[in-house]
Design a protein around this ligand. Sequence first.
Ligand code: X8Z
Ligand code: ZN
Length: 615
Amino acid sequence: MMRQFLKPVLKSASLLALGAALSACVPAKTAIDPAAVAMEERAIEARAFLKDAESQIAAKSHQAAQAAWDQATNITPETTAAAAEQGAEFTKLLVSLANASKQFDIKELPAEEARKIQILRSGITIPAPSREGAAEELAGITTKLDATYSTGKFMFQGREIDLLEASRIIEQSRNPAELQAVWEGWHSIAAPMAPDYARMVEIANEGARELGYPSLDQMWLSNYDMKPAEMEAEVQRLWTQVEPLYKELHCYARGRLNTYYGDAVQPATGPIRADLLGNMWAQQWSGVYDILKTDTPGPAYDLTTRLNEQGYTPLKMVQTGEAFFTSLGLQELPKTFWERSMITKPEGREVVCHASAWDLDDYEDVRIKMCTQVNAEDFNTVHHELGHNYYQLAYRNQDHLYKNGAHDGFHEAIGDFVALSITPEYLEQLGLITAAEKPGPDADTALLLQTALDKIAFLPFALSVDSWRWGVLSGDTPPEAYNQSWTDIRLKNQGIIPPAPRPADAFDPGAKYHIPGNTPYLRYFLSFIMQFQFHKAACEQAGWEGPLHRCSIYGNKEVGRRFEEMMEAGMSQPWPDTLEKFTGTREMDGSAIIEYFDPLMVYLKEENAGQSCGW
Ligand code: X8Z
Ligand code: ZN
């Protein structure tokens, strides 16, 4: 509700009325064209419609966001019911506005109005059809799925444990039987979700069709300023760029796991057992760095240990994250951020622990919600979440429909891009390591491996999540094939398999937050590619000439200025324009991530020589 009132109103009726007076001094060819007049009239109507729509959406979204926050930070039957009710109301409003926008033909509108109407139509993640009761049923299911995931617990060694504890065991245990039990235990919490999930898919697809899309996957893929099929081809192109590096990493990791565990647990050929990689979903593998580490010299410190030794608390980690952003010249976070954020897991109530960043009033009430632990992973996550908040603050003066990332991959990439600057050099600046401990170039391979275990291993996982979902949403994968399809896709892309055959009622995708939480996942795949593009561009802006992995933009105000400019644009223009302004290119491109890891690729190829890689 800010700048839209101040925006210059485009030439409108008043200008047309001036036509006669102007005609005296301009050549005849400017005579009024009736088609142009009709178009201008449509544009005026569209502008009025959008202005009203934006103010309605803003008001309702604040209410819905508050109810969602109250539920996520205190899961009870009451808060869940209230969140579902508000969610249903909000969806109904969005659907009715999207349907009402059908009175306009996008092709007949100026670019700005056409863009906003397109955003209005394709931007509902889980649309309900407008028939009576559908939005309520859908919101009931989605909040229930979310709560089932977030409160999931299972029995392990005679005790009930939750995801936080299960994740710790998956990361720290080196006992294959224990790993298998915890992996299977956590996945068992998802089995009851399957029927609800299938019903949700049915209703949401009905909603997508009503809005003019063949199915919801196509609607999701319509949010990238190009046709869905073109976007799918883009994703394939990017994956083709990075796949060779993943294949080498997989081959290398499998070899180390085989040496550590032996043939009976991890054979030397074929896929890797999913529970051996230090992460519940095998999406990031640095948790088993101790098993996978290189023979080359590595850093003499462990960041998790250092944070703890130096008395870092969750709060201090967030303050340190903020200090990175302010070192770039960005504003301090508002006072309310510190008063209202949930930084640690509260005692005595259930919460959604999966980290997230919020913007409650689309202006300044930004917050994070995390069950922060003092470790290197959460140190990164803190920067990730603050990236979302800084993006939200940067575009707060945009019109409501433009208060968003240039595309969702940008939103995910901002904080991670900043966190790529957490180099040994920066850790020394923070006093977390001493100058003498700062690893020299001989430790590059080891450091790069550590990073690759998180950044490269992640890519085929991210691809798998939405490949699975696109199959489900398009109807190609029926409910009875949900689990097999998940296992098949993960095998094909990631080269991993479950520790043992799965029970008939398994619904393994439901054991990953973003499936019951209905968060599209392509955004992370794009982010993990683009954050390296941003990093490379920023390092070039900073005049950095060394290898990319040693560059840190900490404290660079000029980079910060251009970074903020990129964020301020929000979703107001096609994303290639935004990308070009910061990086000089209009395309998403894997060459920066490849360049970043090039020294590692050389090492991995040497290590894998003579092996038969692949699975
Ligand atoms: O969900 C997240 C963030 C919140 S947007 C913590 N991430 C993905 C995940 O955890 O699966 C960040 C990386 C991938
Ligand atoms: Zn995020």
